[in-house]
Design a protein around this ligand. Structure first.
Ligand SMILES: Nc1nc2c(ncn2[C@@H]2O[C@H](COP(=O)(O)OP(=O)(O)OP(=O)(O)O)[C@@H](O)[C@H]2O)c(=O)[nH]1
Ligand SMILES: [Mg+2]
Length: 228
């Protein structure tokens, strides 16, 4: 029997266009979207670790190596029937790189703003970060506040409720994450992806994320997230 052959649709540049919400439609049949997500927050809060956990499913313990400048990783995720390419920019938290990283805010569709639940100053600086985000990013960008290092409960100095309250005040989504154990890491990126997809395609309206599902799937990981 002759092997079945199927013609691939030709790549057509004229069919690839990005609208103002970053909804890029590739090719004739696939509706693949690409979104730019940027990780921001003080140095040492765990931005690079969060990205490595999301991308590679691992945590590399050991000495801290601060990011220099900015780097990016592409990660394709599937939300329902829709494939989304997340282009994730990992910024350096150190003050001296601030002017470099500001330039990237403008193109971001989603910003994940991290603090470290064991580091008070990283939490105190969140208001300043949000001021910068409002100054440099698009006004309709998705913003999420993440309290990272949720595995370090013994060293905790910021209560979950404090994070929730601040997020509520600014009208942003909140959850606690751990780049070490992986708790809520996928959820954080997927929540941003879902929110962005919802803007591009007319998907059935779902809650921003379903906390009960997560608790059922990961009973040991419960109690680490909240939302506004
Ligand atoms: N226990 C624990 N340690 C973490 C977690 N996330 C990061 N760390 C540790 O915190 C330190 C800083 O992590 P990074 O991911 O490099 O921090 P960063 O935000 O990228 O820092 P800059 O690149 O300087 O902006 C490293 O030693 C990590 O191993 C976490 O969720 N739990
Ligand atoms: Mg880093």
């Amino acid at each position: 029997m002759e092997p079945e052959t199927r013609e691939e649709p030709e790549a057509r540049d004229d069919l690839e266009a990005e609208d103002e919400q970053g909804c890029t439609v590739y090719g004739l049949y696939d509706q693949d979207l690409t979104h730019k997500t940027i990780l921001v927050g003080d140095s040492g809060v765990g931005k690079t670790s969060l990205l490595v956990q999301f991308d590679q499913g691992k945590f590399i313990p050991g000495s801290f190596s601060a990011t220099v400048g900015i780097g990016f990783t592409n990660k394709v995720v599937t939300v329902g029937e829709v494939k989304v390419k997340l282009q994730i920019w990992d910024t350096a938290g150190q003050e001296r790189f601030r002017s470099v990283t500001h330039a990237y805010y403008r193109d971001a569709h989603a910003l994940l703003l991290l603090y470290d639940i064991t580091n008070k100053s990283s939490f105190d600086n969140i208001r300043a970060w949000l001021t910068e985000i409002h100054e440099y990013a698009q006004s309709d960008a998705v913003i999420m506040l993440l309290g990272n290092k949720a595995d370090m409960n013994s060293g905790r100095v910021i209560k979950r409720e404090d994070g929730e309250r601040l997020a509520r005040e600014y009208g942003v989504v909140f959850m606690e994450t751990s780049a070490k154990t992986g708790v809520n890491v996928d959820l954080a990126f997927m929540t941003a992806a879902k929110e962005l997809i919802g803007r591009c395609l007319e998907l059935p309206k779902e809650p921003k994320f379903q906390i009960n599902d997560i608790i059922e799937q990961n009973p040991q990981k419960s109690g680490c997230c909240g939302f506004t």
